[in-house]
Write a protein that binds this ligand. Structure first.
Ligand code: BGC
Length: 761
């Protein structure tokens, strides 16, 4: 059962949420779980089809503009809608709708093991006509351009004429909500319909964006299993096909839609679409389903996390991993947007969320996908260099806080551009990938250059004061505190960034001296510059408070008044929707894990007593208004041995979207948190760390679980862990051996052998 997620809720509130939950995607193309048939207006459906990184450019309007403010931003576009399929019954054309007549049975299912969604409806029309309809849809993992829908129509008491109207509509708009900055306001981004036509029985619609001049095409076919008559109308912005047939036995209709765009498919995406359509035309819907299943079998064989004893969590975690897979871009143009391809929240932008919260899952289960995600940052490195110059830096690169094609899209610099830590976050995920894979080719081609360029920014913005290297006027991860000096997280991560730059210099010196020479020339690197990184890293100032024995979030954080939590009504959360930013900045109140996140990422940088004190201190003042927070608190509660608390935090993260815990799942899924829930199991309960010395483990298990198991791919080897109450075991699949650190002890594991270990409780 836990391979499927289903619900039959047709309430107004749940429907837009379901559209996100049942969204299907493959990293390239994403389709929200809208109904094929029309929906009454009061449902406030968000109808959407998206192509990862397919954007338009829109101006940013400021009341007052200052030097260096970005003037435009990118916005992921809602593209051509091919979902519509509307049934009309009988001579009087009675329309099918879930909001009229009587629903005898309704069930919606997401098949996470098989990669498709299904809607089963037993319906009696207001005129008493009874049908069983089954809609199944998939966004193919094998053919990234394909979105296919199969509709089975089974007559119960009605036999007669049926008309199926299918459309491909190029006139679409993005959703906006003026009351919520996270969904942005309506703006000028729009698609113009360039072409609507047919070719044989194919419907073809092509659109173009206004400012980025990107083209998108949809080539669509619809075929029936019985004889039918067909009429096609080419309208100004859509192609409509009406198909009439006699329903006296079950009938199947299959609609195949191929999406192509000018970023990936050359200047004539339409032509490529027609060719691609020809190729997949020979495949039946059940063959497409078989391909999906094969792909997902391979995915789950490594990436699944099995939980014995907690079916709600099992459902939650598989749902999260399925959507992570669906969202991950696999080409140089794309990454994982904050909401994946499931909705329009945050406008399809990529944040640090990818590197810190979602890449780890791929690094340790699908390093091939992790490599793609990391490569995306290399693609935009030149833009990031330009951004650094715009920001007045003489050297290095500064990655934009939020972007699609590489330029800064944040209009609110205190909680945007000021988050320089994104540079170190990206460098960190490069380093973790290198540690986990040993992929020297990646280091030579992309890694070294990016790490050098990110490191350089710290030298540019930092300065020495009383022998310490200090970094002023930045914002850390916690967006309820802005523009501060010596944010602990930023300084500690910058130190890491500088250290790995030095380290990789020496590695290349040993392992690939010629590449290093070429790169050094290209990057104008000198041994003196390397020494300057080392000096800054050694002298990095990391604030520490002697009384509280914690690392303060920044130089002035502890001087501020603590937020009046007792006097804050429950309905005033998230605080950002009820208080001016300055009110928040003046208080000790955190939106999300900040210092604690540094303690997690930089294992060993602080001692366990400091971490414990920090945990208890920051716990009291953190609202978790950001969905990036509870997973980190869960990991760190486990780190200090507070396992019950770890589980409580984990519960808030594991089903965040399934239970709409943040209240805004309608706008899309919280991708960072989805990755975070996986991290809470592997890095929290299992206590896994990817360290300089290899893989280490400090395993524990929640009381409620009988056992849990998962795989980890490390240095090209696949390890299988099963952790039960009291005792855990590990096996190495296939050949070879590997050294691990389990509960602080070095263990060597060879294939064919089972290593057992104690599990903390
Ligand atoms: C968080 C950021 C995050 C962004 C996108 C904000 O609410 O504070 O840390 O990057 O959402 O998920």
């Amino acid at each position: 059962m836990s391979w499927i997620y289903s619900n039959n809720d047709l309430s107004r509130e749940q429907l837009p949420v379901n559209e996100s939950l049942f969204s299907l995607a493959n990293g390239y193309l994403g389709v929200r779980g809208n109904f094929e048939e029309a929906c009454p207006d009061e449902i406030r459906s968000i109808r959407g089809t998206y192509i990862n990184a397919f954007y338009d450019i829109v101006p940013i309007h400021y009341g007052e503009r200052a030097y260096g403010y970005p003037q435009t931003k990118q916005k992921m576009m809602n593209v051509i809608d091919s979902q519509s399929m509307q049934l009309y019954l009988g001579e009087d054309s009675e329309p099918f709708s879930l909001f009229t007549g009587k629903i005898i049975r309704f069930e919606r299912t997401l098949h996470m093991d098989a990669g498709y969604s299904e809607r089963l409806i037993h319906w009696r029309s207001p005129h008493g006509r009874e049908l069983i309809l089954t809609f199944r849809r998939l966004v193919s993992f094998s053919h990234r351009e394909l979105f296919a829908v199969e509709l089975q129509i089974e007559p119960v008491n009605f036999h007669g004429k049926v008309t199926l109207m299918s459309s491909v509509n190029g006139k679409v708009a993005n959703f906006s909500d003026h009351h919520d900055a996270r969904v942005s306001s309506a703006d000028e981004a729009k698609l113009s319909v360039m072409d609507c036509r047919t070719l044989d029985d194919l419907s073809i619609v092509s659109d173009r964006t206004s400012m980025s001049h990107l083209d998108v095409s949809c080539v669509s076919s619809i075929r029936l299993s019985v004889p039918c008559t067909r009429n096609i109308w080419i309208r100004k912005s859509s192609v409509e096909t009406s198909i009439t047939f006699l329903l006296n036995k079950p009938v199947t209709a299959v609609k195949k839609n191929i999406y192509t765009d000018s970023l990936r498919h050359g200047s004539q995406p339409e032509r490529t679409g027609v060719n691609l359509h020809q190729k997949i035309d020979v495949l039946s819907f059940s063959e497409l389903l078989k391909e999906q299943k094969r792909f997902l079998d391979a995915f789950w064989s490594i990436s699944d996390v099995m939980i014995d004893g907690d079916s709600a969590i099992q459902e939650g975690i598989r749902f999260n991993l399925f959507h992570l897979l669906q969202s991950a871009g696999r080409d140089p143009f794309s990454s994982i947007a904050a909401k994946g391809l499931s909705g329009e929240g945050y406008e399809g932008h990529y944040f640090w969320d990818t590197e810190i919260f979602t890449v780890p899952f791929f690094t340790l289960t699908r390093p091939d996908i992790a490599r793609h995600l990391l490569q995306y940052r290399y693609t935009i490195l030149d833009q990031a260099r330009k951004h650094a110059r715009e920001m007045g830096h003489h050297q290095g690169t500064l990655f934009p806080w939020r972007t699609i094609s590489g330029t800064e899209c944040s209009a609110f610099f205190p909680a945007g551009t000021a988050q320089y830590h994104i540079n170190a976050d990206i460098a960190y995920s490069y380093a973790q990938y290198m540690r986990a894979t040993g992929d020297l080719d990646f280091l030579e081609k992309y890694g070294f250059e990016l790490i050098v360029e990110t490191a350089r920014i710290w030298i540019d913005i930092g300065h020495f004061q009383n022998g310490h290297f200090c970094i002023d006027d930045v914002t850390g991860p916690d967006e309820y505190t802005a523009i501060v000096n010596n944010n602990y997280y930023t300084n500690a991560m910058a130190q890491f960034n500088l250290n790995v730059a030095v380290k990789y210099y020496h590695i290349l010196q040993k392992k690939a001296p010629e590449t290093l020479n070429t790169l050094s020339e290209q990057l104008h690197l000198s041994p003196e510059e390397i020494r300057s990184w080392d000096r800054a890293a050694q002298a990095m100032y990391l604030p520490y408070d002697e009384d509280l024995k914690i690392n303060p979030q920044d130089d002035t954080f502890l001087n501020k008044a603590v937020w009046d939590f007792a006097g804050t009504p429950d309905d005033h959360y998230p605080l950002l929707l009820h208080y001016h930013p300055l009110t928040l900045y003046r208080h000790q109140v955190c939106k999300q894990a900040d210092t604690l996140l540094a303690h997690f990422l930089l294992e060993g940088a602080a001692d366990i007593e400091t971490i414990r004190n920090s945990f208890h201190y920051y716990e009291k003042i953190t609202t978790h208004d950001s969905s990036l927070s509870t997973c980190i608190f869960s990991i760190m509660a486990a780190r200090i041995g507070e396992y019950r608390k770890a589980y409580d935090y984990f519960l808030k993260s594991a089903r965040i979207d399934l239970d709409n815990i943040q209240g805004n799942t309608r706008d899309g899924l919280h991708l960072a948190n989805l990755g975070g829930s996986w991290m809470a199991i592997l890095f929290g309960f299992a206590g896994i760390r990817i360290t300089e010395k290899g893989l280490s483990l400090r395993p524990s298990i929640p009381l409620k679980w009988n056992n849990y198991s998962f795989h980890v791919v490390f240095q090209g080897k696949t390890l299988r862990f099963k952790i039960a109450q009291g005792l855990g075991q590990c096996q190495l699949e296939r050949s070879g051996s590997l050294e691990l650190t389990i509960n602080n002890q070095k263990r060597t594991i060879s294939s064919g052998e089972t290593v057992t270990f104690q599990v903390n409780m």
